[in-house]
Design a protein around this ligand. Structure first.
Ligand SMILES: [Ca+2]
Ligand SMILES: [Ca+2]
Length: 257
């Protein structure tokens, strides 16, 4: 009898192991926990009608931010506000992320579309442009677990998507993150200015320079609380370089004024 029970237990264990684990949907932040992306201390806004297709037309004003983000110890979360229903096939919604303190280009891009899910790409060959194509696919997750398309409650829509912090292959804790949020009409890992992309914070693409489109920097610890980027940075050489760059910018601004 004992031998029989042991055999049954072994078979059951085998069946359980063979069954594919059901992926669990991420838990997105509550509305109050999203952080508005900013540039030069101002919430990113975006006009309607600056790209032909309304499903990829990012919109936002000071009280309805165009792009938001959040983090917990497992995931980074992103939210874009768009004019029309974004759930049709083939459009891309994404964010390019600089992680190395050099805001002339980006290292990672997250992009979601209806057909291929949420993808994390590494950008190895870099240029100072949102049209820079990311080269290497690091991970992909299904929309069922890592994205959602929903009403913003004001007649427009949110595209929310999540990417695992572990998939970046480096610790993001304490790293200043700088973002360029955008959309495209083909789901590709780039934003090509013109009729097929909208970038948050400017009319159309505004300029084709990544450095001009870059958000303010945000630094997450291993929890959801972002620190002002300058504080942890000042203790490092990178911080010093950033400070010198800021001084130069400020001097240039003073000269231009
Ligand atoms: Ca727009
Ligand atoms: Ca590239």
């Amino acid at each position: 009898m004992q031998k029989f029970l042991h055999s049954v237990a072994t078979i059951l264990a085998g069946v359980l192991l063979l069954g594919s684990p059901k992926a669990i949907a991420v838990t997105f932040p509550s509305d109050a926990d999203w952080i508005s992306a900013q540039a030069s201390g101002n919430v990113l806004t975006d006009p309607s009608g600056d790209v032909a297709q309304s499903a990829i037309d990012i919109i936002g004003d000071a009280t309805h931010p165009a792009a938001l983000f959040a983090a917990d110890s497992t995931n980074l979360f992103f939210r874009l506000r768009v004019s029309a229903d974004p759930s049709a096939q083939g459009f891309g919604y994404g964010v390019q992320i600089s992680t190395n303190g050099n805001n002339q280009n980006y290292e990672f891009m997250v992009v979601v579309d209806k057909s291929s899910g949420v993808e994390l790409w590494r950008n190895t060959i870099q240029s100072n442009s949102p049209a820079d194509l990311a080269e290497t696919l690091l991970s992909s997750a299904s929309n069922a677990t890592n994205a959602r398309f929903l009403s913003d409650g004001n007649g427009h829509f949110f595209v929310d998507f999540a990417v695992s912090r572990a998939d970046f292959g480096l610790s993001l804790s304490g790293v200043p993150l700088v973002f360029v949020f955008g959309t495209n009409s083909n789901g590709a890992q780039q934003f090509v200015c013109g009729s097929s992309s909208d970038i948050a914070g400017v009319n159309g693409c505004g300029t084709t320079l990544w450095s001009s489109l870059a958000s303010d920097a945000y630094t997450f610890s291993d929890t959801t609380t972002p620190l002002p980027a300058a504080l942890p940075l000042f203790s490092t050489g990178v911080g010093l370089l950033g400070f010198l760059g800021w001084r130069r910018k400020k001097k240039a601004a003073a000269l231009a004024a």
